[in-house]
Design a protein around this ligand. Structure first.
Ligand code: SAH
Length: 201
């Protein structure tokens, strides 16, 4: 089965999302020795306790964000840069924060080399967001906090959407937060997930 058929069978139906996933060369985002496995639908280790998320999860979270071409998106947990690259095909700009210096550096180099000019990577603790660039129309967390940090909810624009894994190592769920035009947040639980924990400084 082609990877995209596999995604469609699991409910990824947004043609723009499927197109974006197809257009990013996943093998460029995994260590050389794992290239043969780049298209398996599972997370792969990329060093420094980080993983590149499985294609289905990247697609599902991207679809949940209902992005629009003019959106500015904040990502917490750059890792390999794969999720940021997928989003960058669909939106105006992606601001991605990574706490591990080596990963921030290698993702910056990789995204630049592959021509993703609308992705900006910063080395910092993502639980604080990126205040200088806030507010964001969409926010995505790819490391799991015990609770979604208030700073991130605060940096979400009115009418915005945030998707995040939340919870401890025993039990995590994907949460979708919508912020109303009046600035009130409501939460929906989507499905159980398993992300690496968000580090704290
Ligand atoms: N989105 C990535 C997958 C990320 S794995 C991809 O597409 O490849 C989770 C990442 O979150 C790891 O790189 C980890 O170092 C990072 N991380 C963990 N805690 C963080 C924090 N507090 N702030 C920013 N990044 C964090």
């Amino acid at each position: 089965m082609l990877p995209e058929e596999h995604l469609e069978k699991r409910g990824i139906t947004d043609p723009a999302v499927l197109h974006a996933i197809r257009s990013v060369a996943r093998e460029e985002f995994v260590p050389a020795e794992l290239r043969a496995e780049a298209f398996d639908d599972r997370p792969l280790q990329i060093g420094f306790d980080a993983t590149i998320s499985q294609p289905y999860i990247v697609a599902a979270m991207t679809q949940l964000l209902e992005v629009r071409a003019e959106n500015r998106v904040l990502e917490i947990g750059t890792g390999s840069g794969f999720q940021a690259a997928v989003l960058s095909c669909l939106v105006a700009a992606v601001y991605s924060v990574e706490i591990v210096p080596e990963l921030a550096r290698s993702a910056t180099e990789r995204l630049g080399r592959l021509g993703y000019a609308n992705v900006f990577v910063k080395e910092a603790d993502g639980s604080l967001g990126w205040p200088e660039e806030a507010p964001f129309d969409r926010i995505i967390l790819t490391a799991a906090p015990l609770q979604i940090p208030d700073a991130l909810l605060g940096q979400l624009a009115p009418g915005g959407l945030l998707v995040a894994p939340e919870g401890g190592p025993e039990q995590q769920v994907l949460i979708l937060v919508s912020k109303s035009a009046a600035g009130e947040c409501s939460r929906k639980t989507v499905f159980p997930v398993s992300f690496i924990p968000m580090r704290r400084t």
